[in-house]
Design a binder for this molecule. Structure first.
Ligand SMILES: Cc1ncc(COP(=O)(O)O)c(C=O)c1O
Length: 403
């Protein structure tokens, strides 16, 4: 065992860390480990610089060939008929909701997500109805979601949390069909995640991706809709470009939500790396699984064998009674390890929703209990095995020290 079981380390002893080198890894000395880092190998940076030059010389800076190519390749990768790019994963959600006409309707969203998932419902004129989560997957609780369906409900949004495709996605598909509800995937964490070989973003009426820098792949900023639905595709293309149709006529109200050629270039080069990135993240996750699986104070999430996780984040849920903020502070200041949450506070406890939906506090008990005890560990393609061992052992040591 890495720690003697009853050792009570003092905060600040990381300098003389008991972290022992592994036989086959480099020294496990103290090192900074950020929670995320985009993956840009030299070769890709060169490709981006050369693409940048081409774009600048062409004079076509937006809605040009890089954007078309990125959309084409992304649709091919996800396995949908269409992919429509935009400037963010918030605008892609709003365009999906608007295309489906959710105005005046209710849309069920999990409380455990980036608040953009439900904010965009409001922006599109609907009402988000927040559902609780399952403690074992941190994804939407399917029964709780369906218990909230009313005559006004039009859609349910599943967020593949941290990159785990909801293991109950087929049940969600079946029950939505039966109750005449639209299923939407917020796949902002799940680029490259699969279930039985099918990709996140192809498992519902429409998928929404974000390319924010922390995501599995990035376009610096940006978003993408994936869908087989021609209407969603056409309306979204219009909405992102001031409501213009293919002849340049403004046929509806719209925005400037275009993805520039420069962002598309970065996204396209990153797409070429996605399999490598997801594979690497899975390797890091298996190091964490292996290191943490026997620690009774730490619960790791189980992934069914038919699902490939994309590991946008690696969440662990800690035993009740542990001081999470002290653990995170110690990890950061004593071990130089950044950690995060997924998500705390959840949407219904964020100040903005506390004032809009005050009745929800205490009504989504699993999320309130579990998310307050859940942290996410660093996971990115540039990490190596020894970084992951260092992080896992730092966490184990920290938990012992602050108990
Ligand atoms: C689940 C989820 N949905 C939507 C978004 C919004 O994406 P963006 O930041 O690109 O607007 C995020 C973002 O970070 C997210 O994690």
């Amino acid at each position: 065992m890495f720690l003697e079981s009853d050792t009570r380390m003092q905060v600040g002893r990381a300098q003389e860390s008991k972290i022992k080198p592994d036989d086959n890894s480099r020294s496990l000395g103290k090192r900074p480990v950020p929670s995320m880092k985009p993956f840009f190998p030299d070769e890709d940076i060169r490709e981006m610089i050369s693409g940048l030059e081409k774009i600048l010389r062409s004079g076509k800076l937006t809605l040009g060939s890089y954007t078309s190519k990125f959309e084409e390749e992304f649709a091919k990768y996800i396995g949908t008929k269409h992919a429509i790019s935009a400037n963010s994963g918030t605008s892609t959600l709003e365009m999906i909701y608007r295309s489906l006409g959710i105005e005046g309707s209710e849309v069920i969203t999990p409380t455990n997500t980036h608040i953009a998932t439900s904010n965009a419902v409001i922006f599109a004129g609907g009402k988000p109805v927040l559902a609780d989560i399952e403690p074992d997957t941190l994804c939407i609780d399917v029964d709780d979601a369906f218990s909230k369906v009313t005559k006004k409900t039009k859609a349910i949004v599943v967020v593949h949390l941290a990159g785990l495709i909801h293991p109950k996605i087929h049940e969600l598909q079946r029950r939505c069909k039966k109750e005449d509800l639209i299923l939407i995937e917020d796949a902002a964490h799940a680029h490259g995640a699969t279930i039985n070989g099918r990709k996140a973003g192809s498992l519902s009426e429409a998928g929404s991706f974000s390319f924010y820098p922390a995501k599995v792949v990035t376009s610096v900023e940006g978003g993408m809709i994936t869908t087989n639905n021609d209407t969603i595709s056409e309306l979204s293309r219009q909405m992102r470009n001031h409501g213009s149709d293919s002849h340049g006529l403004q046929v509806r109200l719209g925005y400037n939500w275009r993805m520039s050629e420069l962002h598309s270039l970065v996204g396209l080069v990153q797409l070429g790396r996605i399999e490598e990135i997801v594979k690497k993240k899975n390797e890091i996750a298996s190091v964490y699984n292996n290191e943490l699986k026997d620690n009774r104070l730490i619960k790791i999430l189980k992934v069914p064998p038919y699902i490939r996780h994309s590991y946008y984040k690696y969440p662990v849920t800690l035993e009740r009674g542990l001081n999470i903020s002290k653990i995170q502070e110690t990890l950061k200041h004593e071990y130089l390890v950044d950690s995060g949450t997924v998500y705390y506070p959840p949407c219904h406890l964020q100040p903005v929703y506390r004032s809009m939906f005050p009745e929800l506090k205490g009504k989504l008990p699993v999320s309130e209990d579990v998310l307050a005890r859940t942290i996410s560990l660093p996971i990115y393609a540039g990490m190596d095995t020894s970084d992951a061992i260092y992080v896992a052992r730092s966490l184990a040591e920290t938990i012992q020290s602050v108990r």
